[in-house]
Design a protein around this ligand. Sequence first.
Ligand code: MEV
Length: 432
Amino acid sequence: MASSRIPGFYNLTLNDRLTQVVEAAGLSFSDVAAWQTGGLSLDAADHMIENVIGLHSLPLGIGLNFMVNGREVLVPMAVEEPSVVAGASFMAKLARAGGGFYTSSTEPLMIGQMQVVQVANLYEARLKIYEQKADLLAAADEIDPVLKRFGGGARDLEVRIVEDSPIGGFLVVHLVYDVRDAMGANAVNTACELLAPQVEAITGGKVHLRILSNLADRRIARARCTIPTSELAFGDFSGEQVRDGILAAWAFAAADPYRAATHNKGIMNGVDAVVIATGNDWRAIEAGAHAYAARSGRYTSLSTWGQDSAGNLVGTLEMPMAVGIVGGATKVHPAAKAAIKLMGVKTASELAEIIVAVGLAQNMAALRALATEGIQRGHMSLHARQVAIAAGASGDLIEKVAAQMVAEKTVRIDRAEALLQEYTHASDAAKA
Ligand code: MEV
C-alpha cells in the first residue's frame, strides 16, 4: 500500500478520488465496483432481513493519512454527518508527526451468559459447576469445529451469583469463547444453548436466558498517539494553548457524565463509520462502548488525554471491539468486502485496532475544535450545503446558497429558501 496521504484529495472529482484510492491501495476497479452502486442488490437484501422493499444508502468517504503500527491505511467510513471524515483525516495527519497510531488488542474473547434460575443453594451450585469446569469447557470446545480449526473455541468458565433481583437470587455462568475472526454472536449463542442441559444437570436448576453479552470486556482494542506540541499550533493559537485546551476538555468528560456522553459520541462518530463500512453490527459496538464507559459505576470518558515528559500531547483509547471479517454482512455485502480489502486487514483484531485508532483521531478532532474556535465553524459550510439541498437547491446553486449563508452566519432553511428564490429570480430575469 502506497502512502495514505493524498494531498488535494478533497478537491478532486469523485471519480478521480476513487482512482487515487484504487491505485494507492494496489486494487483494481472491479474490487471496489460495489462502492459506485451502493453495493447491495435487491435480491441480496431480500435474503438478509425480512419484509424488504428496497435499499438505504449512506455516503462512503475515505479517512486519509492513517498510519497504524507503521502501516499506511486508507480507511473507509460510511457516515451521514459532515466533518467526521475530514476531522479524522486531519488528526491522522497531525498524528503522523508522532509516528501515527500504535495499537494492540486482547485475544478475541467473547462472553456468553447463561442465567440459571430455580437453584436450591446458589453457593453449592456455583462450586459444583466449577468442579465440572474442565468437562464443560471440553464439551463447549467441540461445538464449533470450524472455529476450532481456525484456533478458536472455549477458553474459560466463570460463575457469578446474583444475590438479589426482582425474582430473587440466581446464578450467571459466563462462557468465555475465542471467536477468532468472527464477530462471534452466533458461535457463542449456539455454545450456550447446547451447554445449557449440562449446566441444568449439574445445578438442578433451570437455564433461562442463553445469550452473548455485548459488554465485550475481554475483547479490547487499544490505540495511542503522540502529537508534537508544535503540530497543534494554528491561527492565533499556540501549540501549548491547543494542548492545554484539549486536556481541559478531556477533564470535563472524565468528571461529568453529561459531557462524557457527548465526548464518547464523538469517538463513536469515527468508530461507527468504519464498523458500518465493513458490514459489522454497530449496535453491538455502541452497547459495548457505553457499558464499558460505565464499568466503574460512573459513566466516564472512554479516552484519556495527557502529556509526555517533553510536553507533547498523548491520547489513548481502549474499548471493547467485537467486529468480525468473516460471516454476516461482512462477507455478503459487496461494499463491506471492498472495505476490508482496501484496509488489507487479515484478522478481526487488526480491523478492531484500526477502528479504535479512528475513534481516537475523531475524538481529538472534536476536542481540538471545541477547545479553540468552536465546533460550528468547521461544520458550517458542509452543513450549509445540506440545508441548501433541503431547501431545493441543485447544481451550482448549492454552493452559492451555502456560501452566502456561511458568510451571513445564518444557516437556516428559511434563509436558504429565500436565497434560492432570490438567485432563481435573478437568473430568470437575466435570461428574459
Ligand atoms: C458531534 O457529532 C460530536 C461532538 O459533539 C463530539 C464532542 O462534543 O466531543 C462534536
